[in-house]
Design a protein around this ligand. Structure first.
Ligand code: ATP
Ligand code: MG
Length: 501
């Protein structure tokens, strides 16, 4: 062993093949002690797979792993944990029916007495201490099932922190967090770093990479493209390393959507404790953004309109006709589609293949006398795969096996195919790489140009400012402000989102 070796982790010549996909090709990835090392690349580049190999969730076909210069054999997740490796997975690994504390300490519950009873009091106290450190007060006795996606993410992070690992990998931890939670996470990362922990940070938000990471490694198509100190690359360089070409980001023509024909009108909508007197109209061909802090009620509003949650009072009109939407099925039938923020819960059937997921919502359009026309179905799905650049070996691949971002694109395909008059996109580009992001924005614009009314829920203000025609800012369950794109700035939006008048 070389005494000068400062790498806490070396993954050398890692290769991993799945049926039909070579996910990693001879990848070498080394992380120093006490550094924050970004791992970036397009959807499907192999980031999560590399982390799963490290975590013992996948076995590599070839290659070796060294910790502090010593070769180790990581054959299962427990082994990885024992070696001081902790991973926050992109798709959560929580048990929905257990509570927050039970999830954090699952399999490592503190015990007391000679019989090894679980020391619940200590478990709750420890869980509270960790959440305190994260600065996010959560009820440690609440079942995880009842938490928002953002808070489930916090539980994942708490779980990783509780293991006091030497290497912590975070696979898109920021995707669901608010500014405030993100700030806390960054503080925690700095703290970990100070105590000599190495952090691997995966994110599609490049500002974060430049904000918090010392080093960046780029993967493309399962191959290592380069590793550089972050202060020696800029955004453009990084993007071109990721996509293998120059990319023109976010140049948008200002559209003039017609301000007549409201498709959707919502009046005096209330849901006790959640939504208060919501009034708005959505016009044909318009992209209307709902923005605000996480928890402001945007998703709750979407769910209420979509019939996923009951309302206490209020009226909804579609094309001027009063409608009483009691279920998502009914919403879809009358032409309202909703792409949920949590694609795992509502968006996809993981055990079905890409083709089935994409056409599930509107099989009628492909059927004659009750028989689905498979040839036509394959054609349609093939087009979506091409247009949305869904990286999959075939349309017959199980959705479970696609990378996170590519799953998100399948959700999109599904709703595009559903032929809706009103489409609600909830955080549509979360977890989507830079290249595909502008594709999705373009797609929303296309839909609007074709007369669809698009509602976009997004916390990413640059995205809102770039794509939306009109912006409604929510705060504590109310619409706090309305503005057109040309009058909107990040500062103005934040002012109202945080309760300013
Ligand atoms: N269990 C699996 N079975 C088959 N193919 C898989 C499996 N897991 C991943 N893949 C494939 O391996 C490739 C790399 O996927 P991976 O999840 O590592 O990408 P990623 O870089 O994390 O992407 P994203 O940014 O979308 O999360 C993809 O083509 C994916 O479809
Ligand atoms: Mg991934």
């Amino acid at each position: 062993m070389n005494p000068m070796n400062t790498y806490a982790l070396e993954m050398r010549h890692i290769t991993k093949t799945f049926p039909g996909v070579q996910a990693l090709k001879d990848v070498t990835f080394c992380v120093r002690k006490g550094e924050v090392h970004a791992l970036v690349g397009e959807n499907g580049a192999g980031k999560s797979t590399l982390m799963k190999v490290l975590a013992g969730a996948h076995l590599a076909d070839a290659g070796e792993i060294l910790l502090d210069g010593k070769p180790v054999h990581i054959t299962n997740p427990l082994e990885a944990q024992r070696l001081g490796i902790s991973i926050i997975y992109q798709e959560f690994n929580l048990v929905p029916d257990l509570n927050v504390a039970e999830n954090i300490f699952l399999g490592r519950e503190p015990t007391k007495g000679p019989l090894g009873w679980i020391d619940r009091r200590k478990m709750y106290a420890d869980a509270e201490a960790i959440l305190q450190r994260l600065g996010i007060p959560l009820d440690v006795r609440a079942p995880v099932r009842r938490l928002s996606v953002a808070h489930q993410q916090i539980v994942e992070i708490a779980k990783a922190l509780s293991q006091e690992a030497k290497i912590v990998a975070m696979d898109e931890p920021s995707a669901t967090l608010t500014e405030h939670e993100l700030d806390r996470l960054f503080e925690v990362i700095r703290g970990l770093k100070q105590s000599g922990v190495s952090i691997i940070y995966i994110s599609h938000r490049l500002e974060e990479i430049f904000g918090i990471c010392d080093t960046v490694t780029v993967l493309r198509d399962g191959q290592h493209v380069g590793t550089l100190p972050t202060n020696q690359v800029n955004r453009e360089k990084l993007i071109s390393m990721m996509v293998g070409r120059e990319l023109a980001e976010g140049k948008f023509v200002v559209r003039k959507p017609p301000r007549k024909d409201p498709i959707l009108r919502v009046q005096h909508l209330n849901r006790r404790g959640v939504l208060h007197d919501i009034n708005f109209e959505l016009y044909r061909g318009e992209i209307l953004a709902f923005t605000g802090l996480v928890g402001a009620g945007r998703t709750e509003l979407a769910r209420a309109i979509f019939g996923a949650d009951p309302i206490d009072s209020g009226e909804v009109y579609l094309h001027g006709q009063r409608v009483h939407i009691k279920s998502p099925q009914q919403a879809v039938r009358i032409g309202i589609g909703y792409l949920p923020e949590d694609r795992k819960q509502l968006g996809l059937v993981l055990g079905m293949v890409v083709r089935e997921n994409a056409t599930l919502s509107n099989l009628g359009a492909l059927s004659v006398l009750g028989f689905v026309r498979r040839g036509m179905e394959r054609g349609v799905v093939g087009n979506y795969v091409r247009d949305l650049d869904i990286r999959t070996p075939s349309i017959e691949q199980l959705v479970r096996n696609l990378s996170g971002g590519n799953q998100q694109k399948v959700v999109l395909a599904k709703w595009l195919f559903a032929d809706c008059k009103v489409l609600i996109f909830d955080e549509p580009t979360r977890g989507i790489d830079v290249g595909a992001k502008s594709e999705i924005h373009r797609l929303m614009v296309d839909l609007a140009e074709r007369g669809v009314g698009v509602i976009m829920i997004s916390s990413e203000l640059p995205e809102v400012l770039q794509v939306a025609d009109r912006i409604l800012v929510m705060h504590e369950g109310r619409i706090a402000a309305e503005m057109y794109r040309d009058e909107a700035t990040q500062e103005r939006i934040m002012h109202y989102a945080t309760g300013g008048r």
